[in-house]
Structure formats: C-alpha cells, structure tokens
Design a protein around this ligand. Structure first.
Ligand code: NCD
Ligand code: ZN
Ligand code: ZN
Ligand code: ZN
Length: 428
C-alpha cells in the first residue's frame, strides 16, 4: 500500500481496531494488518470518515473580504470537514455554465479540501446544461444574502418537473416570502424572529412538497417543530444547522445571532434535537455564512448569516465525548448520509471510497475561541463552548491537518464528481 492509517476506525457502524490501506487517493483495503510505504498509527484514537458539509458560503468570487475558497477550506480542514458544497449566492451567482466554470477554476486553484458547487435556479436557466457542471441545485424562496429568489410559487411545479429530469438533488431555502413582515425593522433577535415567524417555514415547505413530485428535494436548515413534522414526507431529505441546535432566540449575541431562518425558541430547538436523534432530520450542515464584525455591528443593517464550518464537528464530538450524542448517528449525519444524498463517493471507510478521514482524540477537548479559528470573518457565536478538534485530517490519503496544524497545500482540493462514474475499486 502507498499509505496505511491505523487506529480505532468507524467501519460499518462499529469501532474496529484495524489498518486502512490507501492507493491513488482511495481506500483500497481494510484489514487487521497492512504494510505501507507511509504509515500512520493512531493507536486507540478514533478514525472517522471526514465530514461532508453540504451547505457552505465561501463567498468566492465577489465577496472575498468575508471569505474565499482558501480561508473557507482551511477552516473546513481544521474542523474535520474534508468536502464542502458551496452555495450559488456569490457575485456573480452561479446560475450559468460560465459562472460555474469560473468558480470551479477559482476554487480549484485555492482549495485545501475537496468541494462541490451548487447551481442556482432561476426560471429561464437550462437545467440540463447546468447539471453537467454542478453537484446539485439550490432554490431560494425568500430574500436572504444575495439576489436569487423565486417569488412565484405557481412556477414551482414546472421548475421541479424540469429539475427532476436532471436526477440531481434540489436543495431549497424554505421561508414564505409573503409571510415575512416587511414593515418591521428588527433591532433584536426577538424581533427578527417576529418578522420571520415560524409559519413562514411551514407554509413554504408545504408548497415545495406539493410541487416537487419527480425531483429529489432536500430541505435546507429546518428550524421549527412544524417543519420537522413536514419533512417526514417520504422521499424528502432535510438538514439542520448547528446554530439552530446550539443557540436560540434568547442568546445575547445581538446581530451576530442574526440568521435566516432566524434562531427560534427553545421548544423548537428541542424538537430539532429529537428529530436529529431519530433520523427524521437526515444530516447536519453548517450553513457557514460568514460576514465581518464591521458588517455585523448595527442590528438593523446587518446581513444575516453565522459562520460554522470549523465548529460543527468539534461541537458534536464534544457531545459524543460526554455521551450526549451517539457516535454512529453523528458519522451518519455528517458523512454517510450526505454522501447518499449528493453521490460523492465519500463519507465511508470502505474500499473504493475516497480516503477522506479524521483522527480524533476525545480526551483533547478545549474551549472554542474565535481568535483561534480560520474564517476571514474572525468570530464565532460559540465563544467558550467546548469542542474536540480533529488531530489529523486526511483528504484522499494526504495529510491536510497534522497535530492540529495546517500542512495541506493550496490547490490540492478538487471538485467532486471529476472521477465519478468509474465505479468503486473492487478488492477481495
Ligand atoms: C446566508 C448567506 O449569508 O449567504 N445567510 C443566512 O442567514 N443563512 C444565506 C442563506 O442560506 O439563507
Ligand atoms: Zn502499525
Ligand atoms: Zn438558506
Ligand atoms: Zn445558506
């Protein structure tokens, strides 16, 4: 083997002491003992599949003062995320083949971990063409950062029908624009919540599910107990964001806590944990949406969005350490399930899959500090929360984080799907 990684690895739902052999960036074999040119032995420490973050805003191109593909993927790597799917609300938005190709070029030259790109859906795009250049599609049903918005629910039937033909997953930001109170000028988390009340989400999810026959619909950042009930619908998948799990509208974060959909009340927060524990919500995705402290100064004018790609796994691993969350469910929610929804050939420690993994020492827990994180935005809403950061991060067998330090190379990250279709490598 070119590379052998040994430890207490998460294989088929169980922790097993074993050796993982890697050749040409993919897992070639999992055995009791393997010989390798390069050998990493993590003893009894955990080896988990790398995290797949299906919802990030790396702001590149167009808003690179907030983040770019370099800083965004460095953050990802430190947080154990080995693949991130980037949203289309950049400048220009990725609603055309040209914009997608340009973003792929930029990302490919800067990325430290692998990435996929969303195509933004607008009424007159050529979905068939876009599907060749994007990992999945994204629909915005409410105004949020960026200008991608589908206002007219009457066109949804037709859009979903056309998207269904591409066979790609269609992610939807569900808030009903017509139920947002536009006369308010919110100056606090409580009034922001009032202006985008819970029924916004439920109404929007209902309309989407009604229209979506034929398309693979994925509901982004579910945030309400009513939303949870609706995403139980057969064939619909969904995600929850860390900020809706760990924070609520009572926190004293001011504009830093301003996000769409808004932070909700504790009873919604509880419903989300329950839904995540019981597989009703499929995955955790960060909705990493960095804005600078300067932009977040005045509540009324602050853009909505919270950073999270670097802290998502550390926060969850800390819960695992304290037996408050099941390891198997975590791996499923951040690696296995995202792979199934987006077809990435990642997220499993099994022959044929990309050799993306993290080595974790649950004994090494620390306090999260904004100044130690790597997003350009320079802050976190989780200041002082406990986190377990991975000791090593491997992308396709190569070390990107070594002993909590960056050793990866800019431009090593590559776009997912480039090698897809070749099928899994068969080993005995
Ligand atoms: C996101 C952003 O800033 O791009 N903001 C947010 O509040 N979540 C956009 C989005 O996902 O709605
Ligand atoms: Zn050994
Ligand atoms: Zn959104
Ligand atoms: Zn988002």
């Amino acid at each position: 083997m070119e590379i052998v990684i040994e430890g207490n690895a998460f294989i088929n739902g169980d922790l097993v002491k074993c050796a993982i052999g890697v050749e040409e960036g993919r897992i070639k074999a999992v055995k009791k003992i393997l010989k390798g040119d390069r050998h990493y032995d993590f003893g009894d420490k955990l080896i988990l599949p790398g995290g797949i973050d299906a919802h990030v805003h790396f702001r590149d191109p167009g808003m690179t003062h907030k983040e770019d593909f370099g800083s965004g993927t460095v953050s990802a790597a430190f947080g154990g995320v080995t693949c991130a799917l980037d949203m289309p609300n950049t400048i220009p938005p990725t609603t055309s083949k040209e914009a997608l190709q340009e973003k792929a070029r930029i990302a490919g030259s800067k990325a430290f971990v692998d990435f996929g790109l969303f195509a933004g859906v607008s009424m007159n795009s050529d979905f068939e063409e876009l599907s060749k250049h994007a990992t999945a599609f994204k629909i915005y049903l409410a105004t949020t950062t960026g200008r991608l918005l589908i206002r007219d629910y009457n066109v949804l039937d037709e859009i979903f029908q056309r998207l269904g033909a591409t066979n790609k997953t269609v992610c939807v930001h569900c808030e009903d624009e017509d139920l947002i109170n536009k006369t308010m000028n919110p100056d606090s988390l409580k009034s922001h919540l009032k202006s985008r009340p819970n029924p916004c989400e439920a109404s929007s999810i209902k309309k989407v599910i009604r229209s979506s026959r034929g398309a693979k619909v994925h509901i982004c950042h579910v945030s309400t107990s009513k939303g949870v009930k609706l995403v139980k619908t057969e064939g619909v998948t969904s995600e929850v964001a860390p900020h809706h799990l760990f924070l609520n509208s009572n926190v004293k974060l001011g504009a830093l806590g301003k996000v769409n959909p808004p932070l909700r009340e504790p009873k919604d927060q509880e419903a989300l944990w329950e839904a995540l524990n019981s597989n009703i919500i499929d995955i955790i995705a960060s909705d990493h949406a960095p804005h600078t402290l300067e932009e977040k100064e005045l509540f009324e004018e602050a853009p909505a969005g919270i950073p999270g790609v670097e802290t998502m796994l550390p926060l969850m691993l800390s819960l695992v350490k304290h037996n408050k969350f099941q390891l198997g469910r975590l791996v499923n929610a951040v690696s296995e399930k995202p792979n199934e929804i987006f077809h990435l050939n990642k997220g499993k420690l099994s022959p044929g899959y990309d050799a993306d993994m993290i080595a974790v020492d649950l004994r090494k827990e620390g306090e999260i500090k904004g100044k130690n994180l790597h997003s350009k935005c320079g802050w976190t809403p989780y200041e002082g929360f406990n986190g377990v950061f991975p000791r090593f991060t491997f992308v396709r067998g190569e070390v990107v984080i070594e002993d909590w330090e960056l050793t990866g190379e800019r431009g090593f990250g590559s776009m997912v799907g480039e090698s897809l279709g070749s099928g899994a490598v068969k080993v005995d």
